[in-house]
Ligand binder design. Structure first.
Ligand SMILES: [Zn+2]
Ligand SMILES: [Zn+2]
Length: 388
Protein backbone atom coordinates (compact mmCIF):
# COMPACT_ATOMS: atom_id res chain seq x y z
CA UNK A 1 0.00 0.00 0.00
CA UNK A 2 1.32 3.45 -0.84
CA UNK A 3 2.10 5.78 2.06
CA UNK A 4 -0.62 8.20 0.99
CA UNK A 5 -3.19 5.41 1.39
CA UNK A 6 -1.73 4.29 4.71
CA UNK A 7 -2.14 7.86 5.91
CA UNK A 8 -5.80 8.15 4.93
CA UNK A 9 -7.06 7.80 8.53
CA UNK A 10 -5.20 11.05 9.37
CA UNK A 11 -6.95 13.07 6.69
CA UNK A 12 -9.85 14.56 8.64
CA UNK A 13 -7.73 15.49 11.65
CA UNK A 14 -5.10 17.17 9.48
CA UNK A 15 -7.59 19.12 7.40
CA UNK A 16 -9.10 20.24 10.71
CA UNK A 17 -5.71 21.52 11.89
CA UNK A 18 -5.06 23.22 8.54
CA UNK A 19 -8.39 25.02 8.65
CA UNK A 20 -7.91 25.98 12.29
CA UNK A 21 -4.58 27.62 11.33
CA UNK A 22 -6.32 29.29 8.39
CA UNK A 23 -8.96 30.80 10.68
CA UNK A 24 -6.30 32.10 13.08
CA UNK A 25 -3.45 33.52 10.97
CA UNK A 26 -0.49 35.25 12.65
CA UNK A 27 2.10 37.63 11.17
CA UNK A 28 5.80 36.83 10.98
CA UNK A 29 7.51 36.64 14.40
CA UNK A 30 4.12 36.89 16.09
CA UNK A 31 3.06 33.28 15.48
CA UNK A 32 2.75 32.55 19.21
CA UNK A 33 -0.46 30.51 19.11
CA UNK A 34 0.57 28.63 15.97
CA UNK A 35 3.90 27.83 17.59
CA UNK A 36 2.20 26.67 20.79
CA UNK A 37 -0.20 24.41 18.88
CA UNK A 38 2.58 22.84 16.79
CA UNK A 39 4.76 22.25 19.87
CA UNK A 40 1.97 20.62 21.86
CA UNK A 41 0.93 18.32 19.01
CA UNK A 42 4.54 17.19 18.47
CA UNK A 43 5.01 16.59 22.20
CA UNK A 44 1.84 14.53 22.26
CA UNK A 45 3.22 12.33 19.48
CA UNK A 46 6.46 11.66 21.36
CA UNK A 47 8.79 14.23 19.80
CA UNK A 48 11.45 16.07 21.78
CA UNK A 49 10.47 19.67 21.17
CA UNK A 50 12.50 22.88 21.21
CA UNK A 51 10.75 26.24 20.97
CA UNK A 52 11.77 29.87 20.63
CA UNK A 53 14.28 29.48 17.76
CA UNK A 54 14.05 32.69 15.74
CA UNK A 55 11.51 33.87 18.31
CA UNK A 56 8.60 31.57 17.47
CA UNK A 57 10.22 28.68 15.56
CA UNK A 58 9.73 25.08 16.70
CA UNK A 59 11.86 21.99 16.09
CA UNK A 60 10.60 18.48 16.83
CA UNK A 61 13.11 15.64 16.98
CA UNK A 62 12.38 11.93 16.70
CA UNK A 63 15.03 9.21 16.66
CA UNK A 64 14.52 5.55 15.90
CA UNK A 65 16.95 2.66 15.68
CA UNK A 66 20.69 3.09 15.91
CA UNK A 67 21.39 4.95 12.65
CA UNK A 68 23.47 8.12 12.84
CA UNK A 69 22.04 9.87 9.81
CA UNK A 70 19.68 12.81 10.22
CA UNK A 71 17.31 14.70 7.97
CA UNK A 72 15.66 18.11 8.38
CA UNK A 73 12.21 18.85 6.93
CA UNK A 74 11.05 22.44 6.98
CA UNK A 75 7.63 24.09 6.86
CA UNK A 76 6.92 27.81 7.28
CA UNK A 77 3.93 29.02 9.30
CA UNK A 78 3.50 32.80 8.99
CA UNK A 79 0.56 34.61 7.36
CA UNK A 80 0.34 37.80 5.29
CA UNK A 81 -1.11 41.28 5.89
CA UNK A 82 -3.86 40.73 3.29
CA UNK A 83 -7.61 40.95 3.87
CA UNK A 84 -9.19 37.61 3.01
CA UNK A 85 -11.95 37.55 0.39
CA UNK A 86 -12.63 33.82 0.09
CA UNK A 87 -15.96 33.83 1.92
CA UNK A 88 -15.06 30.38 3.29
CA UNK A 89 -16.65 29.17 6.53
CA UNK A 90 -13.15 28.83 8.01
CA UNK A 91 -11.91 32.19 6.65
CA UNK A 92 -9.57 34.33 8.74
CA UNK A 93 -11.13 35.78 11.86
CA UNK A 94 -8.28 38.25 12.24
CA UNK A 95 -9.02 41.42 10.26
CA UNK A 96 -6.34 42.27 7.71
CA UNK A 97 -4.43 39.00 8.05
CA UNK A 98 -4.69 35.79 6.06
CA UNK A 99 -2.86 32.63 5.07
CA UNK A 100 -2.58 33.65 1.42
CA UNK A 101 0.58 31.67 0.67
CA UNK A 102 -0.53 28.28 1.98
CA UNK A 103 1.85 28.18 4.93
CA UNK A 104 -1.09 26.78 6.91
CA UNK A 105 -1.04 23.87 4.44
CA UNK A 106 2.76 23.49 4.64
CA UNK A 107 2.50 23.25 8.42
CA UNK A 108 -0.35 20.73 8.30
CA UNK A 109 1.50 18.56 5.76
CA UNK A 110 4.61 18.42 7.94
CA UNK A 111 2.52 17.75 11.06
CA UNK A 112 0.74 14.89 9.28
CA UNK A 113 4.10 13.41 8.26
CA UNK A 114 5.39 13.84 11.82
CA UNK A 115 2.43 12.02 13.33
CA UNK A 116 2.59 9.22 10.75
CA UNK A 117 6.34 8.75 11.30
CA UNK A 118 5.87 8.64 15.07
CA UNK A 119 3.16 6.00 14.72
CA UNK A 120 4.76 3.81 12.08
CA UNK A 121 8.53 4.52 12.36
CA UNK A 122 10.26 2.35 9.74
CA UNK A 123 13.38 4.53 9.69
CA UNK A 124 16.82 4.27 11.23
CA UNK A 125 18.20 7.61 12.40
CA UNK A 126 16.87 11.03 13.36
CA UNK A 127 14.29 13.29 11.78
CA UNK A 128 14.07 16.97 12.71
CA UNK A 129 10.81 18.65 11.73
CA UNK A 130 11.51 22.39 11.48
CA UNK A 131 8.59 24.82 11.76
CA UNK A 132 9.81 28.23 10.73
CA UNK A 133 8.39 31.71 11.37
CA UNK A 134 8.47 34.83 9.22
CA UNK A 135 9.21 33.52 5.73
CA UNK A 136 7.38 36.44 4.11
CA UNK A 137 9.37 39.34 5.56
CA UNK A 138 11.91 38.87 8.27
CA UNK A 139 13.94 35.90 7.10
CA UNK A 140 12.83 33.50 9.82
CA UNK A 141 15.11 30.83 8.34
CA UNK A 142 18.15 33.00 9.03
CA UNK A 143 16.89 33.85 12.53
CA UNK A 144 16.58 30.14 13.35
CA UNK A 145 20.07 29.46 11.96
CA UNK A 146 21.45 32.37 14.02
CA UNK A 147 19.84 30.74 17.07
CA UNK A 148 21.92 27.62 16.46
CA UNK A 149 19.46 25.54 14.41
CA UNK A 150 22.05 23.32 12.75
CA UNK A 151 24.40 23.14 15.75
CA UNK A 152 21.60 22.05 18.05
CA UNK A 153 19.89 19.87 15.44
CA UNK A 154 22.56 18.59 13.06
CA UNK A 155 20.99 17.66 9.72
CA UNK A 156 22.85 15.79 6.98
CA UNK A 157 20.42 17.34 4.53
CA UNK A 158 17.41 19.70 4.59
CA UNK A 159 14.35 19.81 2.40
CA UNK A 160 11.50 22.28 1.97
CA UNK A 161 8.32 22.35 -0.10
CA UNK A 162 5.95 25.02 -1.47
CA UNK A 163 2.50 24.51 -2.93
CA UNK A 164 1.95 25.95 -6.42
CA UNK A 165 -1.66 26.59 -7.50
CA UNK A 166 -0.70 26.77 -11.19
CA UNK A 167 0.70 23.21 -11.35
CA UNK A 168 -1.55 20.11 -11.59
CA UNK A 169 -2.60 18.91 -8.13
CA UNK A 170 -0.35 16.20 -6.72
CA UNK A 171 2.48 16.75 -9.22
CA UNK A 172 5.94 17.38 -7.74
CA UNK A 173 8.35 19.80 -9.45
CA UNK A 174 12.13 19.73 -9.13
CA UNK A 175 14.96 21.91 -10.37
CA UNK A 176 18.69 21.72 -9.79
CA UNK A 177 20.55 24.97 -9.16
CA UNK A 178 18.71 28.30 -8.99
CA UNK A 179 15.03 28.00 -8.08
CA UNK A 180 14.24 31.41 -6.55
CA UNK A 181 15.70 34.84 -7.26
CA UNK A 182 17.99 36.98 -5.20
CA UNK A 183 15.95 39.96 -3.99
CA UNK A 184 17.40 43.32 -2.99
CA UNK A 185 15.44 46.31 -1.79
CA UNK A 186 16.37 49.96 -1.34
CA UNK A 187 14.52 52.74 0.46
CA UNK A 188 15.47 56.14 -0.90
CA UNK A 189 14.77 59.58 0.51
CA UNK A 190 15.62 62.53 -1.76
CA UNK A 191 16.09 65.86 0.01
CA UNK A 192 15.93 69.03 -2.06
CA UNK A 193 14.83 72.58 -1.35
CA UNK A 194 11.12 73.29 -1.51
CA UNK A 195 9.46 76.48 -2.62
CA UNK A 196 6.83 78.09 -4.78
CA UNK A 197 5.95 76.35 -8.03
CA UNK A 198 6.45 79.68 -9.82
CA UNK A 199 10.08 80.11 -8.74
CA UNK A 200 11.85 76.83 -9.49
CA UNK A 201 15.20 78.61 -9.84
CA UNK A 202 15.46 79.01 -6.05
CA UNK A 203 14.47 75.40 -5.32
CA UNK A 204 16.07 71.99 -5.77
CA UNK A 205 13.19 69.88 -7.03
CA UNK A 206 13.22 66.28 -5.68
CA UNK A 207 10.39 65.26 -8.05
CA UNK A 208 12.40 66.06 -11.16
CA UNK A 209 15.46 64.37 -9.62
CA UNK A 210 13.34 61.33 -8.68
CA UNK A 211 11.87 61.12 -12.18
CA UNK A 212 15.37 61.10 -13.69
CA UNK A 213 16.36 58.38 -11.21
CA UNK A 214 13.37 56.21 -12.18
CA UNK A 215 14.31 56.49 -15.85
CA UNK A 216 18.04 55.98 -15.25
CA UNK A 217 17.34 52.80 -13.27
CA UNK A 218 15.68 51.37 -16.39
CA UNK A 219 19.09 51.38 -18.06
CA UNK A 220 20.55 48.86 -15.58
CA UNK A 221 18.90 45.94 -17.32
CA UNK A 222 19.13 47.39 -20.84
CA UNK A 223 22.69 48.81 -20.70
CA UNK A 224 24.60 47.21 -17.81
CA UNK A 225 23.42 43.61 -17.96
CA UNK A 226 24.91 41.00 -20.27
CA UNK A 227 22.11 40.46 -22.85
CA UNK A 228 22.26 36.71 -22.12
CA UNK A 229 21.57 37.29 -18.42
CA UNK A 230 18.31 38.38 -16.84
CA UNK A 231 17.14 40.53 -13.98
CA UNK A 232 14.38 42.92 -13.06
CA UNK A 233 14.42 46.35 -11.40
CA UNK A 234 11.16 47.94 -10.24
CA UNK A 235 10.44 51.24 -8.55
CA UNK A 236 7.40 50.31 -6.51
CA UNK A 237 6.94 53.53 -4.57
CA UNK A 238 7.44 57.15 -5.65
CA UNK A 239 5.82 59.63 -3.30
CA UNK A 240 6.23 63.38 -3.17
CA UNK A 241 4.34 66.62 -2.82
CA UNK A 242 0.86 67.65 -1.71
CA UNK A 243 0.12 70.96 -3.37
CA UNK A 244 -0.07 71.80 -7.07
CA UNK A 245 1.59 75.17 -6.54
CA UNK A 246 4.53 73.99 -4.45
CA UNK A 247 7.76 72.15 -5.02
CA UNK A 248 8.21 69.76 -2.10
CA UNK A 249 11.32 69.34 0.05
CA UNK A 250 11.49 65.58 -0.20
CA UNK A 251 10.52 62.57 -2.28
CA UNK A 252 10.67 58.90 -1.34
CA UNK A 253 11.24 55.92 -3.61
CA UNK A 254 11.61 52.21 -3.12
CA UNK A 255 13.53 50.00 -5.51
CA UNK A 256 13.13 46.24 -5.81
CA UNK A 257 15.74 44.27 -7.78
CA UNK A 258 15.81 40.57 -8.59
CA UNK A 259 18.64 38.54 -10.05
CA UNK A 260 19.32 34.89 -10.86
CA UNK A 261 23.09 34.78 -10.48
CA UNK A 262 25.41 36.10 -7.79
CA UNK A 263 27.16 38.25 -10.41
CA UNK A 264 23.97 40.03 -11.47
CA UNK A 265 22.95 40.44 -7.82
CA UNK A 266 26.33 42.07 -7.12
CA UNK A 267 25.92 44.33 -10.16
CA UNK A 268 22.54 45.58 -8.90
CA UNK A 269 23.85 46.03 -5.38
CA UNK A 270 26.64 48.25 -6.67
CA UNK A 271 24.93 50.11 -9.53
CA UNK A 272 21.56 50.96 -7.98
CA UNK A 273 22.97 53.17 -5.19
CA UNK A 274 25.54 54.59 -7.63
CA UNK A 275 22.93 55.61 -10.21
CA UNK A 276 20.66 57.09 -7.55
CA UNK A 277 23.44 59.09 -5.88
CA UNK A 278 24.95 60.48 -9.09
CA UNK A 279 21.58 61.37 -10.61
CA UNK A 280 20.52 63.12 -7.39
CA UNK A 281 23.80 65.00 -7.25
CA UNK A 282 23.34 66.35 -10.76
CA UNK A 283 20.10 68.01 -9.57
CA UNK A 284 21.61 69.36 -6.35
CA UNK A 285 19.49 66.96 -4.33
CA UNK A 286 20.84 64.60 -1.68
CA UNK A 287 19.87 60.94 -1.58
CA UNK A 288 19.90 58.81 1.55
CA UNK A 289 19.73 55.17 0.58
CA UNK A 290 18.91 52.32 2.95
CA UNK A 291 19.52 48.83 1.67
CA UNK A 292 16.75 46.49 2.85
CA UNK A 293 17.61 42.91 3.65
CA UNK A 294 16.49 40.73 0.79
CA UNK A 295 16.85 36.98 0.45
CA UNK A 296 19.80 35.40 -1.33
CA UNK A 297 19.50 33.16 -4.39
CA UNK A 298 17.91 29.83 -3.60
CA UNK A 299 20.33 27.24 -4.96
CA UNK A 300 19.30 23.59 -4.95
CA UNK A 301 22.10 21.08 -4.49
CA UNK A 302 22.15 19.05 -7.74
CA UNK A 303 22.79 15.65 -6.12
CA UNK A 304 20.17 16.17 -3.39
CA UNK A 305 17.66 17.39 -5.98
CA UNK A 306 18.20 14.30 -8.13
CA UNK A 307 17.83 12.22 -5.00
CA UNK A 308 14.60 13.95 -3.89
CA UNK A 309 13.25 13.60 -7.44
CA UNK A 310 14.01 9.87 -7.46
CA UNK A 311 12.11 9.38 -4.20
CA UNK A 312 9.11 11.15 -5.79
CA UNK A 313 9.28 8.96 -8.90
CA UNK A 314 9.56 5.81 -6.77
CA UNK A 315 6.64 6.70 -4.54
CA UNK A 316 4.31 8.49 -6.99
CA UNK A 317 5.35 7.35 -10.42
CA UNK A 318 7.02 9.28 -13.25
CA UNK A 319 3.73 10.85 -14.36
CA UNK A 320 3.51 12.83 -11.12
CA UNK A 321 7.00 14.32 -11.38
CA UNK A 322 8.06 17.24 -13.57
CA UNK A 323 11.28 19.16 -14.13
CA UNK A 324 10.82 22.90 -13.68
CA UNK A 325 12.21 24.72 -16.70
CA UNK A 326 13.02 28.08 -15.13
CA UNK A 327 13.44 29.67 -11.73
CA UNK A 328 10.70 31.66 -10.01
CA UNK A 329 11.15 35.44 -9.86
CA UNK A 330 9.98 35.40 -6.24
CA UNK A 331 12.36 34.97 -3.31
CA UNK A 332 12.33 32.35 -0.55
CA UNK A 333 14.34 32.36 2.66
CA UNK A 334 14.91 28.58 2.65
CA UNK A 335 17.93 29.78 0.62
CA UNK A 336 19.68 30.49 3.94
CA UNK A 337 19.24 26.88 5.05
CA UNK A 338 20.60 25.66 1.70
CA UNK A 339 23.68 27.85 2.22
CA UNK A 340 24.39 25.83 5.37
CA UNK A 341 23.34 22.31 4.45
CA UNK A 342 22.94 20.31 1.25
CA UNK A 343 19.35 19.86 0.29
CA UNK A 344 16.59 20.81 -2.08
CA UNK A 345 13.45 22.91 -2.27
CA UNK A 346 10.65 21.37 -4.27
CA UNK A 347 7.18 22.41 -5.31
CA UNK A 348 3.89 20.56 -5.05
CA UNK A 349 1.18 21.27 -7.61
CA UNK A 350 -2.12 22.31 -6.02
CA UNK A 351 -4.31 23.35 -8.95
CA UNK A 352 -8.09 23.20 -8.57
CA UNK A 353 -11.11 24.65 -10.37
CA UNK A 354 -11.24 27.49 -7.86
CA UNK A 355 -7.50 28.00 -7.33
CA UNK A 356 -6.27 31.58 -7.09
CA UNK A 357 -2.62 32.63 -7.25
CA UNK A 358 -0.45 32.84 -4.13
CA UNK A 359 -0.91 36.12 -2.22
CA UNK A 360 -4.35 36.69 -3.82
CA UNK A 361 -7.14 37.61 -1.35
CA UNK A 362 -9.19 34.71 -2.76
CA UNK A 363 -6.43 32.10 -2.36
CA UNK A 364 -6.91 29.00 -0.22
CA UNK A 365 -4.60 26.00 0.23
CA UNK A 366 -5.92 22.97 -1.67
CA UNK A 367 -6.62 20.34 1.03
CA UNK A 368 -6.77 17.64 -1.67
CA UNK A 369 -2.94 17.59 -1.75
CA UNK A 370 -2.39 17.67 2.01
CA UNK A 371 -1.76 13.94 2.40
CA UNK A 372 0.17 13.75 -0.89
CA UNK A 373 2.71 16.23 0.46
CA UNK A 374 2.75 14.55 3.87
CA UNK A 375 3.26 11.09 2.35
CA UNK A 376 6.18 12.42 0.31
CA UNK A 377 7.82 13.77 3.49
CA UNK A 378 7.38 10.37 5.14
CA UNK A 379 8.75 8.46 2.12
CA UNK A 380 11.71 10.83 1.85
CA UNK A 381 12.49 10.40 5.54
CA UNK A 382 12.27 6.61 5.43
CA UNK A 383 14.40 6.44 2.30
CA UNK A 384 17.02 8.89 3.57
CA UNK A 385 17.19 7.12 6.92
CA UNK A 386 17.01 3.54 5.73
CA UNK A 387 19.25 1.16 7.67
CA UNK A 388 22.62 0.53 6.11
ZN1 LIG B 1 4.37 34.04 0.10
ZN1 LIG C 1 5.04 31.02 0.76
Amino acid sequence: MRTVERMAPLQDEMIGIRRHLHTHPELGLEEYNTSKLVASLLEGWGYTVATGLGQTGVVGTLSHGTGRKSIGLRADFDALPITEETGLPYASQTPGLMHACGHDGHTAMLLAAAKHLAETRGFDGTVHVIFQPAEENFGGAKLMIDDGLFERFPCDAVFGMHNMPDIEAGVFGFKEGTLFANAEGFDVVLRGVGGHASTPEVTRDPIVAGSAIVMALQTLVSRNLDPMESGVVTVGVFQAGRASNAIPQTATLTVDARAFTDEVAALFKRRIPEVIRLQAESFGVTASITAMTGYPLLMNDPAMTQYARKVAVDSLGQKNVIDLKRPYTGAEDFSYMLQKRPGSYLVLGAKSDTAQPLHHPGYDFNDAVLLTGAAYWADLTRDFLKSA
